[in-house]
Design a protein. Structure first.
Length: 130
């Protein structure tokens, strides 16, 4: 384990190397808030197969969150539902801008950390149900 300062220095050096060498680097990481500015693409594997391969900017456009005390229409593609007390969080993928006109919900942007947790949480839910 490296301390926060050295981790930041390492990540900055990695970014500089990627840019100067025009190369591809594949990293495996579970601390997404630290690396959010690095990847161009996000790949998620489940049981040895890729279930997601998206450019990060497109992924952020296609994943939204709804926080409500009620349910959501079944037509919305919900990949994960998280209940915390009175409110429920619904993670929508793939999100389409037309949803804003069709349904009266606040579709909330998310950072990479939340997006990954939504996909992983949905995966764990599928395992518990099956």
């Amino acid at each position: 384990m490296i301390d926060p300062y050295i981790r930041e220095v390492f990540l900055e050096a990695l970014i500089e190397s990627i840019e100067s060498l025009h190369t591809t680097v594949i990293t495996v990481n579970h601390t997404f808030t630290e690396i959010e500015k690095i990847p161009e693409r996000v790949l998620i594997m489940e049981k040895g197969e890729f279930i997601l391969d998206e450019p990060i900017d497109k992924l952020k456009e296609k994943v939204k969150k709804i926080v409500t005390d009620a349910g959501i229409p079944v037509e919305l593609p919900c990949i994960f539902k998280k209940e915390s007390g009175y409110y429920k969080e619904y993670f929508i993928y793939p999100f389409e801008e037309a949803f804003r006109k069709t349904w009266d919900h606040a579709f909330i942007d998310m950072d990479l950390n939340e997006i990954i947790k939504a996909f992983l949480g949905g995966s764990y839910d599928k395992e518990r149900i099956s």
